[in-house]
Design a binder for this molecule. Structure first.
Ligand code: PEP
Ligand code: CO
Length: 457
């Protein structure tokens, strides 16, 4: 049997730690490097969370999406918290993504790939390294994997132990997701399992129920025709993703495996590079260029067509479909200016890129009373514009990326249920970015399904 060392290394000048020679943005400063190294050693010995087979399967699915044969739905919290690692929060995130994907399958008449922003989304980029309260300055809170949200020196000092806690919670989360799916929770014959408690009260319940019935009827029709249960399409699968921000964590789970060449980040299927850490000469690009996973990169208004091309050359030199997803997040007011020149440049060079719209991060605003929010109509606005622009430029919208929750929080304004600015204080739970609530997420899926239906006819 071949051993890991027999395998060709995809990039001879690359190792899981070669990023350390480059400037690394958004990294915490650990007070004791020895404790950090010891912890990384422990992390590297733990069994992985995902396998290279699953990762290759996802890459294959994303290649289909790049060709327009599939659609990608990626979503979840802005940031996971250790406190929310519990069964109902995980099940409701899974349910909302399942329900939305069912709606998208109906509208787009294509298979949908679901990727959760979970099982590792524990590190966050911050606009400043420190925070000052009442004359006291401490390191900023950077996510539960790095430090604690409380405002004391002890809370805010980066603690390597939290890397292990984050990895274990990611393992617990993925274990529960896998068990639910394996146990039949995601069986298309039983979409009633996925229903969240308040679906019956939703304004969209009728439309959703009709879609579910149509899918059930089609399944039964096919099974009657073939005389067997369609095992392959009964079940849906699920993939995980997180921002690959804290490079020590990513490095520790980057491995060679017996039956595939190259190096895999086995802490998640689909890591992505954030908009703040995508410098061409930076540590994140260095790390990501060497791993074999399919990867995403967030691109905001500051990216130029030349830079976008340079990113594709560096991250996908073999121009492999499915390897690279551009998660664009310009904002409804800027997408018409920013997106067309990029799509043009990529298309002219024949680069294989999956275009996935994140209509959340370019549309964040702060109300007069200081609450971070997003407006439903800006989010739908950016989605619709992206869909049309991509189509007009000879490309296609291949996926969407949302920050959402299965709970009925009040963090984003608007939608049919009419959340107003005054409602924001009623049930605002996010410690970072505002998420679509259950109703808003379902409404978004229905609007998107109508949009996708235009090209499936
Ligand atoms: C995020 O996805 O939570 C995020 C920080 O996004 P971006 O890198 O696009 O700003
Ligand atoms: Co966010």
């Amino acid at each position: 049997m071949p051993t890991a060392t027999d395998k060709p290394v995809a990039h001879p000048d690359w190792t899981p730690t070669s990023w350390q020679a480059k400037p690394a943005a958004q990294q915490p400063v650990y007070p004791d490097p020895e404790v950090l190294q010891r912890t990384l050693g422990q992390l590297a010995r733990l069994p992985p969370l995902v396998t290279s087979w699953e990762i290759e399967n996802l890459k294959h699915q994303l290649a289909e999406a790049t060709r327009g044969e599939r659609f990608l739905l990626q979503g979840g919290d802005c940031s996971e918290s250790f406190a929310d690692c519990e069964s109902s929060a995980i099940a409701s995130k899974l349910k909302i993504l399942l329900q939305m994907s069912l709606v998208l399958v109906q509208g787009g008449k294509k298979r949908v790939t679901r990727i959760g922003r979970f099982a590792g989304q524990y590190a966050k980029p911050r606009s400043t390294d420190t925070e000052t309260q009442k004359g006291v300055t401490l390191p900023s809170y950077r996510g539960d994997m790095i430090n604690c949200a409380g405002f004391s020196r002890e809370d805010r000092t980066p603690n390597p132990e939290l890397l292990l806690r984050a990895f274990e919670r990611s393992g617990l989360t993925i274990n529960f997701v896998r068990s639910l799916i394996e146990g039949g929770f995601a069986d298309l014959h039983h979409p009633e399992y996925w229903e969240l408690g308040f679906v019956a009260n939703s304004q969209h319940a009728v439309e959703y129920t009709r879609m579910v019935e149509t899918i059930g009827d089609s399944l039964r029709f096919m099974e009657t025709l073939t005389g067997s249960v369609l095992a392959d399409i009964n079940r849906v699968d699920f993939f995980t993703s997180h921002e690959g921000l804290l490079l020590y964590y990513e490095q520790a789970q980057t491995r060679q495996v017996p039956r595939h060449s190259g190096w895999y980040n086995l802490s998640t299927h689909f890591p992505w590079i954030g908009d703040r850490t995508r410098a061409l000469d930076g540590a994140h690009l260095e790390y990501f260029r060497g791993i074999a996973n399919p990867i995403g990169i967030k691109i905001g208004p500051s990216v130029t067509p030349d830079e976008a091309l340079a990113l594709t050359q560096m991250l996908n030199p073999k121009n492999e479909p499915g390897r690279l997803t551009f998660i664009h997040r310009f904002g409804a007011d800027r997408v018409e200016k920013c997106l067309p020149p990029l799509v043009e440049a990529i298309r002219r060079r024949g680069q294989q890129v999956l275009w996935c719209c994140d209509p959340m991060h370019g549309n964040t605003e702060t109300t007069k009373s200081g609450i971070k929010t997003r407006r439903f109509e800006k989010i739908t606005g950016e989605l619709e514009l992206s869909y049309r622009i991509l189509k007009a430029c000879g490309a296609h919208l291949g996926g969407v990326h949302f920050e959402l929750t299965g709970d009925n929080v009040t963090e984003c304004i608007g939608g049919a249920s009419g959340v107003t600015e005054a409602d924001l204080t009623r049930d605002y739970r996010s410690t970072l970015d505002p998420r679509l609530n259950y109703e808003q997420a379902m409404e978004m899926a229905l609007l998107l399904a109508r949009l996708l239906a235009q090209s499936s006819r």
